[in-house]
Design a binder for this molecule. Structure first.
Ligand code: ADP
Length: 614
């Protein structure tokens, strides 16, 4: 076909079939030629580009460079393989290699400039990857080599040079047999056979020979190298030195890496207290670099008033003991004090002799900040809780207050019903009315208790000197009906001088305690009220020999509405002890119970004695 084309047509056909962009411009830089590859590479069609300048192909920061190259071509020079970056229509940068040449007419006059541009983005990326890989290979601690299928060495990294003593120049092109001891040759052959078959040999333990003839134990991993089409053309070999020394070195490196990555400062000292090692965390915590401080005494970082600590630590270490200080300080380089906790342990040599000390120090500053924040949060929450409690109590107060009016109405009406119309009711009707009266009385008691309890939060507590005997008499007077009905015997033992308290509250407290002792005191309750004092404290104990309270309930009965028994057998509201506790606390005292199930209980309260009496 080509033969039938004219010369210019043939040229066009060639230009359109190449993979490189071919661009022609006249001396003013206007595009005159734009081939298929240019359309594909830059995304602009022939129609879009011909007759125009190419400014949009060149990134702004490359304009000057581009003009300089253009000027050289116009000056008659050919610029070869000039690497630059041009832009695709979408704005994507393309890495390119350009050859820019002047175009001359038959008379040798310059008529334009041609650009042949090759997209090298992929090649560049591969180059970068190759550089990366070769850096990785040469920095490896393992020997890495490659060989062809005849066992001829093709590459040889730095670690291989160190491990076997041959330089890359000496061994590349030679047979790998150089490092295989004679008696291991058959084994080498086997490995090559596996590789030829496309198999990988992993962690194969064997012996290899160094240039100086010494033998080293190694572990080999050999993998086939393939072409893009998959054909095996050689093998890569990773060799790990398994000699004891090299394993120890690796272990040491591993340990050093752990020490260096620790967040705790790890410091070692000898028995003269001279610093031997100092990890990164120690650098961060105290500000001295390892170079600055290794060789200097540990007291460099100990504040003067803490020197005794080091004396104690050293004494412990010399006797082979560890020591822990959970809260101390050390000096930073700039003089700031760093709060730390530390553990110092003896370092021993192979024979077990103590040769130094290792110190692990943890910076407590962050912990302190955390603790302060936590404390603050707890304070805020407690305050919020108290406010919420106060709201709840004032709510309970107003609700119970408002409940009383309709309740009074109900009580009045049911009494009237029974008294005025009782005769017109039958037996059943009278029983219902009587039950309404009883239930209303129970409700009234509950409301009364709730009011008392919530009032305790709000009222001013006025304290005065009070005679305890008088308080007990008032309480017994309040309870005379209960005492009579239950045939209870009440005895008071001991005596007390005046106490400092609120009269109404104290009478209420003692009434509640004696009332419970009578109620839960068994068939013929025998209650003893014991009065004693100890220094500035007055103590009133109410003892019964009744049903008692199991230990697991002794705390909760002081909470509102907590009851251990059914209302049928022991009527009550569950508010009595809650009132006792709150009233006593508001007077600055304490309350508690000792009890054994089936044996009886002793409820006690403690209050300050009056100043006058003391
Ligand atoms: P209540 O109105 O039920 O007596 P309290 O708050 O006074 O309410 O008491 C709470 C609960 O504690 C009672 O229901 C009872 O189970 C128990 N309790 C109180 N005092 C005694 C006591 N002296 N012996 C045994 N149990 C008691």
């Amino acid at each position: 076909m080509a033969a039938s084309l004219g010369y210019p047509a043939l040229l066009h056909a060639i230009i359109d079939s190449t993979d490189d962009a071919v661009i022609g411009k006249n001396v003013d830089g206007i595009v005159t030629l734009w081939n298929r590859a240019a359309e594909r590479i830059f995304g602009y069609s022939h129609a879009e580009m011909v007759g125009r300048l190419t400014a949009e192909l060149v990134p702004a920061y490359k304009h000057d460079e581009e003009s300089a190259v253009m000027a050289r071509a116009i000056g008659g020079e050919r610029v070869d393989n000039y690497e630059t970056i041009l832009l695709h229509k979408s704005g994507r940068p393309i890495e390119m290699s350009l050859t820019v040449s002047p175009i001359l007419d038959d008379s040798g006059k310059l008529v334009g400039v041609s650009h042949i541009a090759r997209d090298i983005t992929e090649r560049k990326a591969m180059n970068r990857q190759a550089l990366h890989l070769s850096a990785l290979v040469s920095s490896s601690d393992d020997a890495i080599a490659s060989k062809d299928l005849n066992g001829i060495v093709l590459s040889w990294n730095d670690a291989a040079e160190r491990m076997f003593g041959y330089t890359a120049a000496e061994i590349i092109g030679q047979s790998i047999c150089l490092i295989i001891p004679a008696d291991r040759r058959p084994e080498g052959e086997n490995v090559l056979r596996s590789v030829r078959a496309g198999e990988r040999v992993e962690h194969f333990d064997t012996i290899r020979r160094r240039k100086d003839g010494t033998l080293i134990p190694v572990s080999l991993t050999v993998s086939p190298i393939r072409t893009a089409s998959g054909a095996v053309i050689g093998a890569s070999k990773i060799v790990r030195d398994m000699s004891e020394r090299s394993m120890m070195e690796r272990e040491t490196n591993r340990l050093a890496a752990i020490v260096d990555s620790s967040d705790d400062a790890i410091i070692s000292t000898d028995l003269d207290d001279v610093i031997q090692t100092w990890n990164r965390a120690a650098e961060r915590m105290f500000g001295h670099t390892s170079t600055e401080i290794v060789g200097r005494p540990i007291i460099t970082i100990i504040p003067e008033n803490r020197l005794q600590e080091e004396v104690d630590i050293l004494a412990h270490i010399r006797s082979g003991l560890s020591m822990r200080l959970s809260d101390t300080v050390r000096c930073g380089k700039d003089g700031t004090l760093v709060p730390i906790s530390l553990t110092v342990s003896p370092i021993r040599d192979r024979h077990g002799r103590v040769v130094g000390a290792s110190t692990i120090a943890r910076d407590l500053s962050a912990l302190r900040v955390y603790a302060t924040t936590l404390e603050q949060t707890v304070k805020e929450r407690t305050a919020a809780l108290e406010t919420a409690n106060t709201h709840l109590e004032s709510f309970a107060y107003s609700v119970s207050h408002d409940l009383r009016a309709p309740l009074r109405g109900m009580q009045g009406l049911s009494h009237a019903l029974l008294e005025d119309y009782g005769e017109q009711l039958d037996e059943r009707g009278r029983d219902y009315a009587a039950r309404i009266i009883r239930e209303a009385a129970a409700l009234d008691e509950l409301i009364q208790d709730l009011l008392t309890y919530s009032r305790l939060t709000h009222i001013e507590v006025e304290m005065e000197d009070i005679g305890v005997a008088e308080v007990i008499n008032s309480a017994l007077h309040n309870l005379r009906e209960d005492i009579r009905l239950s045939h209870a015997a009440i005895r008071v033992s001991g005596s007390l001088p005046n106490v400092r308290a609120n009269r109404t509250m104290l009478i209420q407290v003692v009434t509640n305690l004696i009332s419970n002792a009578v109620k839960f005191g068994g068939e013929h309750p025998a209650v003893v009220v014991v009065l004693e004092h100890d220094g500035d404290l007055a103590r009133i104990t109410v003892e019964d020999h009744g049903i008692g309270i199991a230990p697991q309930h002794q705390e909760r009965i002081f909470r509102a509405f907590e009851r251990l028994h059914g209302v049928e057998s022991y009527p009550g509201t569950g508010m009595g002890l809650a009132i006792v506790r709150k009233a006593i606390e508001r007077q600055g005292g304490r309350v508690g119970v000792q009890s054994e199930e089936g044996q009886g209980s002793r409820f006690w309260i403690e209050l300050p004695r009056s100043v006058a009496a003391a």
